[in-house]
Design a protein around this ligand. Structure first.
Ligand code: PMP
Length: 413
């Protein structure tokens, strides 16, 4: 598969060599690199992308979930065009930011108020800073395999570029183990930060009882519960918290909510968020030249009001569940150690048959994962190297059937 990949993609190889002369490894976003060289994507339209050698792919990755609307969604595109007519950067409060803030707060009842950032990473950094300031405590509990941003990454042994907070790393979906850690660190604990589904960690959903236990234990310990819904926000109009009837103290968002432009947001109870009110003498600072940039604000508003309405959100979740169910039925019928974990329109291929509750349970022979990636690429289906698929709205049933058939052929081969 690898030799065929190299032979098929000479232009991507050249472009990567040019890039490597000016960027380490030809890369400026680590997740996008893979051996022997990554595909150079030249353009996208609707549910498809084309690489530099002219191959067309069904885009199942959907920009790691930020691409929910598809490439150049007409409504989002029109909103960006019209915002452009009024200038890109206005250096002041603008007319669009309160509209997007209102839309976000209406969708997420746990968010009385919100602040915007340029990325999900920044949103989590600010939420953690707020939790520390609000509680006067310094310890942050996170989970093995969690990803909250490039400097808040807890896969493997953590990351050498992580921010130097005092982190305690707990076992995901292990209520007893986590409650023991919360009990031990309680008086120092500022916050528990949790993805309602491990996203980068392999689309491994948290068990509802685990999340409910975190809600109770943080409240008892006087610590804040922060839901990182940067990925899971699309699992319903109001994220996974709406599906579970859970109210975190703070919520962080990103990805599609900015219409596909650079985006992040954090918010929660009014009394907590009020610590950022610049009219207060002791206000926490939160800066960022592009926090309220009009292109993101316009794209976000158009996406939430014209495209991803609550009805569409529900339909898209059901559609994702159905597609994943069919893929899993196929794996079972064929009797192979393969499955697709996830929630709604988010899924990840894994090469083991046993139920997966944490990153250790997803361990497999990575050569199988790679074989799947290269095989799918050759068949015209683009996923993340690690097996992530994030279904975009413009995908048709026929296109998704085509993917299932390709998976069937892969299994047979
Ligand atoms: N949290 C989660 C759950 C994520 O999946 C991501 C990005 N994949 C982030 C935070 C960071 O967002 P960004 O890449 O916009 O900084």
């Amino acid at each position: 598969a690898r030799a065929a990949y190299v032979a098929r993609n000479p232009r991507s190889a050249e472009i990567h060599a040019e890039a490597a002369a000016v960027m380490p490894g030809g890369n400026t976003r680590s997740v996008l690199f893979y051996d022997p060289f990554p595909l150079a994507i030249a353009r996208g339209e609707g549910a498809f992308i084309w690489d530099a050698d002219g191959h067309r792919y069904l885009d199942l990755l959907g920009e790691f979930t930020a691409g929910l609307y598809g490439h150049s969604n007409p409504a989002v595109r029109a909103a960006i065009d019209s915002a452009l007519d009024g200038g890109i950067n206005l250096g002041g409060h603008n007319l669009l930011e309160p509209k997007l803030a209102r839309l976000v707060c209406d969708r997420f009842p746990a968010m009385d108020s919100v602040r915007f950032t340029n990325s999900g990473t920044e949103a989590n950094l600010m939420a953690i800073a707020l939790a520390k300031a609000a509680t006067g405590r310094g310890t942050i509990l996170v989970f093995h395999g969690a990803y909250h941003g490039g400097v808040l990454s807890f896969g493997g042994g953590g990351s050498p570029v992580n921010v130097p907070h005092h982190f305690i790393v707990a076992p995901y979906n292990d209520t007893e183990g986590t409650l023991a850690l919360i009990a031990r660190h309680g008086p120092d604990l500022a916050a528990v930060v949790v993805e309602p589904m491990l996203g980068a960690g392999g689309c491994i959903p948290a068990r509802p009882d685990f999340l409910h236990a975190l809600r109770d234990a943080t409240a008892d310990a006087g610590a804040l519960l922060i839901f990182d819904e940067v990925m899971t926000s699309r699992t319903s109009a109001g994220g996974r918290q709406a599906l579970l009837g859970l109210t975190p103290d703070l919520t962080t968002l990103g990805k599609y909510i900015g219409g596909g432009m650079s985006f992040g947001a954090f918010g929660g109870r009014a009394a907590l968020m009020a610590m950022f009110d610049p009219r207060r003498p002791d206000a926490l600072p939160h800066a960022g030249t592009f926090n309220n940039n009009v292109l993101t604000m316009a794209a976000g508003i158009a996406g939430l009001t014209e495209v991803f309405t609550p009805e569409i959100a529900e339909r898209h979740r059901e559609r994702g569940e159905a597609v994943r169910g069919q893929l899993n039925a196929l794996c079972r019928q064929q009797g192979v150690a393969m499955q697709f974990t996830g929630l709604g329109s988010l899924m990840n291929a894994h090469f083991t048959a046993a139920p997966i509750e944490d990153p250790a349970g997803a361990a497999c022979d990575n050569r199988l994962r790679d074989l799947f990636f290269f095989d799918m690429a050759e068949a015209g289906f683009y996923l993340a190297r690690r097996g992530l698929a994030a279904l975009m709205l413009p995908l048709t049933d026929a296109e998704l059937d085509g993917f299932r058939n390709a998976v069937a052929r892969f299994i047979e081969a």
